[in-house]
Design a protein around this ligand. Sequence first.
Ligand SMILES: [Ca+2]
Ligand SMILES: [Ca+2]
Length: 397
Amino acid sequence: MKKYLFVVCLITTPVLWAQPAFLDTEDVAGGFTGPISVTHAGDGSDRLFVTQQGGQIKVVDGGVHLPTAFLDISSSITSGGERGLLGLAFHPNYASNGYFYVNYTDLNGDTVIERYSVSAGDPNIADPASGLIILTFAQPFGAHNGGDLNFGPLDGYLYISSGDGSGDPMASQDLDSLLGKMLRIDVDGDDFPGDTQRNYAIPPDNPYVGVTGADEVWVSGLRNPWRFSFDRVTGDLFIGDVGEDTWEEFNHVAATSNGGENFGWPCFEGGDFSGVGGCDINGPNELPFAALEHDQPGSNYCTAVGGYRYRGVEYGGLTGWYLFTDWCDGDFFAARQTTQGWEVHNMGELIGGFAVTSMGEDEAGELYAVAWSGLLKITGPTSAPDDVIFLTGFESP
Ligand SMILES: [Ca+2]
Ligand SMILES: [Ca+2]
């Protein structure tokens, strides 16, 4: 297991705050109710799909927010707080098979991953009767449900982020529990033909196949990985993990990884040992490459919102930078991997605190922020990355 040697901490340089931020936003569409994610179908249509926590998927086509929902599952979900329709991902072959996958809290309060299909007659309307349960798992309480879904760009497997469930946080360390993990499944197979509630196959190279632990687990030790993403070019995995009292974490799993990383929760938060019963101070703790400290003066960090590594074409100055934010604070950050470790910069507040629930990509790799006020496109410099002016910097201690 690779250990990262660099833990970052914020170095504030307030005199630089007068400099202009190079990140900005453009309004794309409004009129959403509780929007919590945005993605695309990869079908060449250039449409954006915004999920609403209450159970609707809305289509934005050419900047127009279509009034009729693509899918509305509000009658079959529990919504509110950290529950609801939480994630959406389109099958890599969506253009030919019409499959997409949602992650939601069902009427019992449990997590469901379900597949739906686009309707036969209208690309902007899904077939509400097409649901097929892929995977379910119990949630002991209403919080820390994770909820994101993405297909790996290189392996085509579906990855699912799951929180610790806010019951026993040691679930994150229990390899037989699906809680507090990144899960990795093959939705094109079915290893459980006699089970109508499990319709997926186990990738044979998952790290716990044939040994102690749930076969679905890819990495462990996460608290509440609300949002994660892949670098569409390299396949690197980025996980924003919502912290408890001290650190908001942004974790990285290199595309070359064989899985099995343990990000430490609840034995560690960031690099801090918790002393929770059963924990070993010498136990595994894959450190975040960036972490926001709650008591940083002038900040209001409290909920990591994992972002994306920019691979679009319009803003060359952002190429290769991983952009992310914090729900409560509203500052955006840019990080990149260098030969000396990770370099992280505060880019300033773009939209406001308690506003941005998620980020997402369109088909071209341009980035968006999903805010209560609407969908915004993130813009930046078209210049080379090294020409960028930063507001504040991080450095490795
Ligand atoms: Ca089955
Ligand atoms: Ca951690």
